[in-house]
Ligand binder design. Structure first.
Ligand SMILES: Cc1cc2nc3c(=O)[nH]c(=O)nc-3n(C[C@H](O)[C@H](O)[C@H](O)COP(=O)(O)OP(=O)(O)OC[C@H]3O[C@@H](n4cnc5c(N)ncnc54)[C@H](O)[C@@H]3O)c2cc1C
Length: 158
């Protein structure tokens, strides 16, 4: 780290930016609908990919259910998904994962290296990850079985 810091002033290819998050009060307008980071980015929470995949499933399922009525589908997606995406709206793990002082870095490292503490953090993440009851949406292919299995809210993530 000291070597890296010393080399920074002369580096020509160094880029530093902030991670920013925009809170949107709805996921769609007209024919445009947001999914994933664009709608509920959770970059520093470590759960953005999961949110995106589940969001895509719900959006696709609602589009199928609405049979082409995109206004109805977008409204249902917004209504059913916003609760699950609350982790991205309310939690900011930045201060915990990228702390700005030595003592907080020490604390963070302890959190991830002491098994009982780590287990509690993971249990909290599990609560967010499983806090949705996915519907048994119809498949697009006629005669095919459903594409999404219903998972109980208490089951652990894969
Ligand atoms: C450093 C870092 C670490 C992360 N770690 C984790 C982790 O451990 N676990 C986790 O679950 N999540 C993590 N995430 C978050 C995760 O990467 C995102 O939540 C996830 O990729 C969001 O998927 P997305 O499809 O919404 O967006 P993206 O994966 O960003 O996909 C958007 C795509 O759109 C393309 N694009 C942008 N503009 C245009 C345009 N105008 N025209 C065409 N294409 C365009 C981009 O090139 C990109 O390919 C991390 C993110 C970062 C930055």
């Amino acid at each position: 780290m000291p070597q890296l810091l010393a080399a920074l002033p002369d580096a020509r290819d160094f880029h530093l930016d902030s991670i920013s998050r925009v809170h949107v009060d709805r996921y769609s307008r007209g024919r445009v609908v947001l999914v994933g980071d664009a709608a509920y980015g959770n970059a520093l929470g470590g759960f953005g990919t999961g949110l995106t995949i589940v969001g895509v499933c719900v959006l696709a399922g609602e589009l199928m259910t609405a049979g082409g009525d995109r206004e109805r589908a977008f409204a249902a997606y917004d209504r059913k998904f916003r609760g699950y995406a609350k982790v991205a709206e309310k939690v900011n793990a930045g201060a915990l994962l990228a702390p700005s002082s030595r003592s907080r870095i020490w604390l963070r490292n302890k959190l991830f290296s002491v098994a009982p503490l780590f287990t509690r953090v993971m249990a909290l993440m599990d609560r967010f990850a499983t806090d949705i009851e996915l519907e048994d949406y119809p498949s697009s292919a006629p005669g095919a079985t459903s594409v999404i299995a219903t998972a109980p809210a208490t089951s652990p993530p894969d």
